[in-house]
Design a binder for this molecule. Structure first.
Ligand code: UDP
Ligand code: MG
Length: 321
């Protein structure tokens, strides 16, 4: 039977953890009772360098139950890094992993559906929020802006999906090949490939404690997401340069016409033409240099070029042996 690990990144979550642990162990117990997952399934709490008693609480859980494990990071490294640490650690001990935030804003009751889909052979199950009733108008507005911006930058993200998802071992293995430091999981996971589906639920408000994602961090995250994923901004600069060069040609025609009809002050024609033309050429050149930098950037990441889903040759070897 397949083993499940629930990975929970925690940063200063002392107020939420007690309730979270009760809920999560409940779900895990139910899933084990129903025979859908192995009895050795477990929960992995990742303490992202918390300054409160989060780690003590996790250690206590550990003493009380064999289903619980902890991973303590030496300092605060941010949600995405903490989650990655958890996923990569869990990878070698479980067949599937579900990641969920410690504040349980995401509905734990859809975990069963996720596992059912995994058992049907799906590799990645995305948890997607149906409505945003509990979010403030401000959060709704900024979230919408985020997805629009991602679309504009041609980054493929699953709409209304945060980091609540199930991944199979082979999807995790493929994920581990993405060696980049600038992590934006929501952008990387869809690149992995394999079969994926979404399950939807209503997002709740935080059970306790405060959000660790103020507006400044959200803007930073969007900026990180774009700059670590897309060279679209560079392309835009190049395009703008091209448009301006084209404009300067139109301006040249107009200036020449004005010059011929004698309606201009001396020196205007040459000045205006230089400004447009030089501006355009400069922007185009910056864009061109940027394009090379963009390529270096993509090379440096050393992302895997493909993921193999079925390989008949290895299966043949199994049969022979
Ligand atoms: N988190 C973390 N490290 C950080 C910030 C947050 O591990 O530096 C965790 C946090 O404990 C929670 C999850 O990431 O489990 C999401 O954070 P939060 O709920 O504050 O974000 P929001 O839901 O408000 O976007
Ligand atoms: Mg939250």
């Amino acid at each position: 039977m397949d083993k499940l690990c629930i990975v929970v990144p925690c940063y200063n979550e002392e107020q939420a953890l007690l309730y979270t642990n009760k809920e999560l162990t409940g779900v895990l117990d139910r899933l084990m009772q129903s025979g859908k997952i192995d009895k050795a399934s477990f929960i992995l709490y990742v303490d992202d360098g918390s300054r409160d008693s989060t780690w003590n609480i996790i250690e206590n859980f550990r003493k009380q139950s064999p289903l619980i494990f902890g991973l303590k990071l030496a300092r605060n490294t941010g949600h995405q890094n903490a989650l990655t640490a958890g996923l990569l650690t869990a990878m070698s001990h479980a067949d599937m992993v579900i990641s969920i935030d410690a504040d349980l804003q995401d509905d734990v009751s859809v975990m069963e559906e996720m596992v059912d889909l995994y058992l049907k052979g799906i590799d990645i199950v995305y948890g997607v929020r149906k409505r945003r009733d509990t979010d403030t108008l401000f959060k709704k507005f900024t979230a919408l802006g985020f997805y629009r911006l991602m679309q504009l930058m041609k980054i493929d993200v699953v709409y209304n999906h945060a980091d609540y998802r199930l991944m199979s071992k082979r999807a995790l293995k493929q994920f581990s090949l993405y060696k980049e430091r600038n992590l934006f999981l929501r952008g990387i996971i869809p690149l992995i490939g394999f079969s994926s589906v979404t399950v939807s639920y209503n997002r709740k408000s935080r059970i306790a404690g405060k959000s660790k994602y103020p507006l400044s961090k959200m803007i930073y995250m969007a900026f990180e997401g774009i700059t670590s994923f897309s060279i679209q901004p560079i392309r835009m600069i190049t395009e703008l340069g091209l448009v301006i060069v084209l404009c300067s040609i139109c301006a040249a025609i107009y200036a020449f016409y004005s010059f011929v009809t004698g309606r201009v002050v001396a020196g205007w024609t040459s000045t205006i033409l230089s400004i447009w033309f030089i501006g355009g050429v400069q922007l185009l050149s910056v864009g061109l240099i940027g394009t090379y930098i963009g390529k270096i950037y993509m090379e440096v990441k050393e992302r895997p070029r493909y993921a193999i889903e079925v390989n008949d040759l290895t299966e043949k070897k199994h049969e022979e042996s």
